[in-house]
Every structure is written in C-alpha cells, then in structure tokens.
Design a protein around this ligand. Structure first.
Ligand SMILES: [Zn+2]
Length: 65
C-alpha cells in the first residue's frame, strides 16, 4: 500500500485511522491526507473528538478502519 504523508506537517507514515478519518471527514477521493493533530486543527475540533469518531466508525464496521 502506498504511504501517505500529512499535507500540513509532513508526518509519515500516517496510520490507518488518520487516513480513514481524512477520507470520512473531508472527501473519499482526497489525495491530501492529514495526521490526527493537523486534521483536528483543520476541522477546528480536538483530537478526542476524532478518536471518538474512529471508535464509532469501527463499531459500524466501516472498512476504512
Ligand atoms: Zn500533520
């Protein structure tokens, strides 16, 4: 699988959760990925909120996580 990097801070590699969240919360077909911190910053939420979403998506059986 191709390694993605954070388009803001350059963190590499991104975790499966970070990639999944970017797709879910920004755009499925996005080519710009964010690490957890930068995604939280971009969406103006805190990282706990994002981690809660990950938990929810996992519980729903989402294939991205
Ligand atoms: Zn970043």
């Amino acid at each position: 699988m191709k390694k993605h990097h954070c388009c803001v801070c350059g963190k590499i590699p991104l975790t499966r959760n970070e990639i999944g969240l970017t797709k879910k919360l920004i755009e499925m077909e996005t080519t710009s990925f964010y690490c957890l911190d930068c995604l939280a910053d971009f969406l103006e939420v805190d990282t706990d909120f994002l981690l809660e979403r990950v938990k929810e998506y996992k519980e729903q059986g989402c294939q991205l996580f």
